[in-house]
Design a protein around this ligand. Sequence first.
Ligand code: YYY
Ligand code: MG
Length: 153
Amino acid sequence: TETERTFVMVKPDGVQRGLVSDILDRFENRGLKIVGAKFMRLDRELAEAHYAEHEDKEFFEGLVDFITSGPVFAMVLDGQDATRQVRRMMGATDPAEAEPGTIRGDFGLDLGRNVIHGSDHEDEGANAREIELFFDDDELVDWDKIDGSWLYE
Ligand code: YYY
Ligand code: MG
């Protein structure tokens, strides 16, 4: 099976609201394999690098303030079509528009407090770039999950 790795992060609002385990539960139940995880706080430099694509937007300062305002739970998940599947599970950027059943649609109400980040599946290279920004090579674990043959044909 061809799998890929994607970068995912529970944002400070999700951590403060105690949603980390619920969110991780959804990814594990879906069959995604954890290959890295880290509880950390972003400094401004990392936040600005992570959101560099938005540096000219009017919401950039507020976004950097928010994402550095408290700890986050960053992870790397591996699976078939993982990037796109995680984005589908997250739902639309604005929780007010995200479908119920998605993470943002179930846990959020406001665009600037949308609980979770996932690499953009339409931006090729976003995954590799974000994984490298947040994790050293030796913080990612290569392992075989025993349910692989029951998850994939
Ligand atoms: O990838 P995703 O998080 O779904 O959305 P982006 O368009 O990349 O924006 C990143 C981040 O910025 C978003 O999660 C909330 C915030 N944001 C905002 O505060 N106001 C906007 N008009 C657009 C995005
Ligand atoms: Mg994005």
